[in-house]
Design a protein around this ligand. Sequence first.
Ligand code: UDP
Length: 333
Amino acid sequence: MSADLSGQSHIVVGGAGYIGSHVCKMIAALGGTPVTFDNLSSGHDHAVQWGPLVNVDLCNVEKTREAFHAHKEAVSVIHLASSIEVGIGEKDPAGFYNNNVIGAYNLLEAMRANNLNRFIFSSTCATYGETENVPLTEDEVQNPFSVYGKTKLTIEHMIQSYHNAYALNYITLRYFNASGADPDGDIGEEHDPETHLIPIALEAAAGRRGKIKIFGTDYETPDGTCIRDYIHVNDIARAHILGLQRFDEGLTNLEVNIGTGNGYSNLQILQTIEKVTGLPLPYDATPRRPGDVTRLYADATRAKEVLGFEPAHSDLENIIRTAWNFHRSRWQI
Ligand code: UDP
């Protein structure tokens, strides 16, 4: 990648988290300084290795304002901090709306107060909801099914309003399923509790938990399980860098899918994990998980045409191999 971020600092909100830490590593590799804003509620201070850490909770209006004021020389703000677990959101919508929507509002206000006007936002394919129209284009009606998706769509609307009224320049990246890990093994997916399919299945393969539960085998898909579009975390990180470059060229006001365009069922994921690890992975079929939709995979045309983005690391075996290598070194097996 030819981007040169020398001398620039970029605020990465959620930089101690899974995707955020990979974004920080890439910014630093291109000569920039990632300034992580994180309350460490789900991120890890050991993942902040490429720039300073500012411990700030977006729900604290005063501290958020102060933190942005202290770093108002930043060229952009990348916002990845949010509550993400679909199942937890169904049980705790108040917590999700507070952390995600109120937090994003406080962040946008702090940006406005400090004349920061370049913003990259982590949104999600979960804003689309249940649809038969796959692959999903960005023009699909957004009718999210989960509380998680609803909070992200609310923030998308807020950002559009800030663009219209206050000239906020923004790029909203609607990620599909982030997966895989840094090939150097420095960082990877470390949620606690872990709710995502690939890391849970790797734990089961390693004998660190009992049989994996597959939530729903009665979906209208070829093998009855849900279909998702898995994209390597370093491809997602690169989409942010491309976004930063496009700002320089005047691009703004963009919503774009970040996916591969390929859908894999939950059982196909388990089969690929068995292949990559060489370990058996038995599963229990259990009822559907509330909030899940049948199939989600991207039409990746806009990302290619407008951002110049194409996945380079998202071959499914590579995703699983990098995740497996990261977890094995963490578990010392
Ligand atoms: N899933 C599953 N068992 C698990 C975790 C996830 O069957 O222990 C399924 C989940 O119901 C969904 C798919 O795996 O169909 C991907 O879920 P994940 O939480 O990884 O990502 P999401 O698509 O919800 O963002």
